[in-house]
Design a protein. Structure first.
Length: 118
């Protein structure tokens, strides 16, 4: 995620608290899904629409998988994002628009019975 986000947004989030990068109104949902990823463990994928700081509208696919959950250390996950398509341009700057197609990924321990929180 660091490389693609740095190129698209002009910011590298590697090593930062992911929740601080999520729009404030979406943090409770993101937190619940990340907790499930670490506790189950499983992965999650989604497709999200954004408007970059330069006004480019784009669709990105995100994949999050647990990396480590060691006692005494904060839980960590790997989040990879890749641009799927550019859908247009507008005057808005750096905003999240929508998430769709959110689903769990089996990384060896199965997937949770309930779908990801939307």
């Amino acid at each position: 995620m660091g490389t693609s986000r740095a190129l698209i947004w002009g910011e590298d989030p590697t090593g930062k608290d992911y929740l601080l990068l999520v729009p404030r109104h979406m943090r409770p949902t993101a937190s619940r899904n990340m907790t499930t990823i670490m506790d189950h463990p499983c992965g999650m994928t989604c497709v999200a629409d954004y408007v970059t700081p330069n006004g480019r509208e784009l669709t990105m696919e995100h994949i999050a998988v647990p990396v480590a959950n060691d006692a005494g250390l904060p839980p960590r996950l790997l989040n990879f994002a890749a641009e799927v398509s550019t859908t247009g341009y507008n005057d808005s700057r750096g905003e999240f628009k929508a998430i769709s197609q959110r689903r769990w990924i089996d990384v060896g321990a199965g997937i949770p019975a309930k779908p990801p929180v939307k």
